[in-house]
Ligand binder design. Sequence first.
Ligand code: NAP
Ligand code: MG
Length: 465
Amino acid sequence: MTTIIREMREQFNPAKPSECIGQIELFTLDETKAVVARAQKAFEGWKNTSSIARGEILRVTADLLEQNSEKVAEMASREMGKTKGEMLGEVKRGASILRYFAQEGMRATGEVLPSTSEAKVLYTKRVPLGVVAAITPWNFPVAIPLWKIAPALVYGNTVVWKPSIEAALTGKLIGELFEQAGMPKNVLNVVQGRGSKVGQVLLEAPEVRAITFTGSNGVGQSILNTAGPTNKKIQLELGGKNAAIILADANINRAARLTIEGAMKQTGQRCTATSRVYVEEAVYEEILEHLIIEAKKIEVGVTMGPVSSKGQYDAILSAIEQAKSDGAELVLGGCPTKDKSEGYYIDPTIFTNVTHNMAIAREEIFGPVLAVMKVKDYEEAIRLSNDSEFGLSASIYTNNIQKAFDFIERSEVGLVQVNDETGGAEPQAPFGGMKNSSTGAREQGQAAKEFFTVFKTITIGTQSI
Ligand code: NAP
Ligand code: MG
């Protein structure tokens, strides 16, 4: 037996970058190929395991995740910076995702159809695809992987999961919980390493039949370029530049509070974060004042964590500098947090005097930065909110039912919110965006079936031969 020499990587705490929180062993390329081959071998047995038994392992994993919620939340919080409270919420959500998909093992996977011939039985059956590669980001280190892995497994696929290198230790912990829950060997495989290395192996591996990815548009595009021509099934959940609209008749306090929550929760590092807000001119001054009051309530280091890495920190600060030099007016924050110079902390930041063509109005920042824009009326707001390459989520705050319904119809996004912030997903509801925010079938809910299975159509002649 040959010994594999793996490269080690140290993980650091973004709240205190001098603190090493652990080491992770990175997989070699050959090892990753071998993992894929083993996942392919395990497919037959897993596919032929009853879906109820498959679901039961997910249910047990949910219980274990809850029993270990402190440990998982603590690890993830130290690894990618989200506050412990935010992480505990995410872990709870992870358990709900597992339970929802555990139940899927008991639901119908096909239907009986009428046939033109009385002597035929015609029916459909959803079957798994084979080996699924899941490539995930760091920003939801528990929930996003689980909403890919759980449906993939319950429908009978085997999985090779590459967590973000920035959330590798959390990924390892999650993998161990599945193992403890009784997942057969080689059915769920966690591979660790850089996307450009082990991730690339997964994209190229002939055994991989489907790739489910959440991350940036740049990487999403390179996945399409590499794996698209090979006829693998591809699902991409990408970036956003999510708009909120506040109309003059809205509940001002609520609209301001939720807009700040939408923008700053998880330090703005959510694909569904509110990053631009269009305010009707009649209430603009009042809203701006309330937005600032709400943002000032955030206690950096207590209710808001650091950003996840030095790379994120530099990118966000440089987007802030860009906005300033483009002529936007900084009304709050815009700099590293003063008494927290050690960690990657950035103050909640608000810009006004933003024009539609500025980078801050068009490009994803993925940090605690909100652009506030004054509009004449609802028509101008919907036009500007739709004028974006992205289409993930959008909100409107209004008490006018006609305008709310008009917004639901005309908003070019996958997730529409009325009188609520742009973020938020529930396991039973389809999740995904339009335009450059998503490619392929929706995630979560019953929609997840679309991606992780394929139909077989079966015809049985019932006449004796
Ligand atoms: P990212 O840089 O695109 O990375 C995502 C994953 O892809 C990581 O595991 C990464 O590996 C891997 N990867 C990188 N290059 C690769 C390659 N050439 N081949 C295969 N895999 C590769 O994204 P991120 O910085 O982790 O996350 C932030 C982004 O995710 C934001 O743009 C955000 O909007 C998006 N996001 C979208 C959603 C959604 O549902 N729409 C949800 C959350 C986040 P490494 O470990 O090497 O980085
Ligand atoms: Mg990245």
